[in-house]
Design a protein around this ligand. Structure first.
Ligand SMILES: C[S@@+](CC[C@H](N)C(=O)[O-])C[C@H]1O[C@@H](n2cnc3c(N)ncnc32)[C@H](O)[C@@H]1O
Length: 303
């Protein structure tokens, strides 16, 4: 595709051609049309959402495109669609943040399978990491896979220059068999996508001296390595027993004002986690805030 071919096409024509290519399964051609459209309409959520759908083969691309088109019947709809979330009549802030969009695109290559247009979820984590910056204590991620979320955040925030550490825990072998929630037995290590190893992730963060990657099983691994004071915990273990066991160990180390983000709470597949975690907080007369992204957030009150 050359610029000469596209010269003179209206935005509507570029979108029609992009949509046709996307429907035909030609992601590269669709990406070319949408990229040209982005030059004309750089802050249009519906263009960024379409462009994002071309970045990875994904079995929900067509229903997601159709859902966007249906919502675009609403005047000034400003539609955005991501994995498991559609918004309209909204202005997602990330669309106007060129650095955010560029890093999200670059880091998609190391995201778990099924992740596409993950911007709302990344934005939650970015808010949490920015907000917890001045709360005493380190950052912790439980469930790392290839390091997608921390890679995005640490690059966006230039975390290597911060006076904090980030501790990343994973078995690097998937969920231990005895921790699999009922109905989620298919979640073997292979279910996350490509093979992943401790060495690969350790090397990914080698240039950040304040990020430590730890191979081990949660919660037992905390007996070997565990920060004394914590200001942010990202919990993404995809199983309720390990996530609740982690709360048992780490909650007392979380500073007042510290934040916990659960990656899997409101997803239709995460009901065991949502129940176990809701019960855990209710027993302490505390409450989680569930987000439409499928995440839930918690801010620890003052003592
Ligand atoms: C969805 S992936 C994490 C994705 C990651 N947060 C990201 O940003 O791409 C879930 C990870 O949890 C890990 N995991 C599950 N149970 C675990 C446990 N008990 N201890 C350590 N890691 C565990 C799996 O090996 C897998 O890599």
């Amino acid at each position: 595709m050359t610029n000469i071919t596209l010269q003179g096409l209206t935005p509507a024509q570029l979108m029609t051609l992009g949509d046709a290519a996307l429907k035909a399964g030609d992601l590269a051609i669709a990406r070319g049309f949408y990229k040209n459209l982005m030059r004309i309409a750089p802050y249009a959520p519906h263009v960024h959402a379409r462009y994002g759908l071309t970045l990875r083969p994904h079995n929900r691309v067509l229903p997601m495109l159709e859902a966007m088109k249906a919502l675009e019947a609403i005047p000034n709809a400003s539609v955005y669609i991501g994995e498991g979330i559609a918004t309209w009549l909204k202005n997602p802030a990330f669309v106007a943040d060129a650095k955010f969009m560029a890093l999200a695109e670059e880091d998609l290559a190391i995201a778990p399978a099924g992740v596409v247009n993950w911007h709302w979820n990344l934005q939650t984590m970015l808010w949490a990491a920015q907000q917890a910056k001045h709360v005493p204590g380190d950052y912790v991620e439980l469930g790392v896979y290839k390091g997608h979320t921390t890679q995005f955040l640490s690059r966006y925030l230039d975390f290597a220059a911060w006076d904090k550490r980030w501790w990343l825990y994973d078995t690097f072998e998937g969920i231990p068999q005895d921790q699999l929630d009922r109905g989620r037995e298919h979640l073997t290590a292979a279910a996350y996508g490509e093979a992943f190893t401790f060495e690969e992730v350790r090397d990914r963060f080698a240039s950040s001296p304040n990020i430590t990657v730890i191979k081990g099983r949660v919660p037992e691994v905390f007996k070997e390595t565990c920060p004394d004071q914590i200001s942010l915990i990202h919990i993404d273990l995809n199983n309720s027993s390990a996530e609740v066991a982690a709360l048992d160990v780490l909650y007392d180390r979380l500073s007042p004002g510290g934040i916990i983000v659960f990656d899997d709470f409101g997803w239709a597949t995460s009901s065991a986690q949502a129940k176990a975690e809701t019960d855990w907080f209710q027993r302490r007369d505390l409450a989680l805030f569930p987000l439409p992204t499928g995440q839930a957030v918690f801010v620890k009150p003052a003592d």
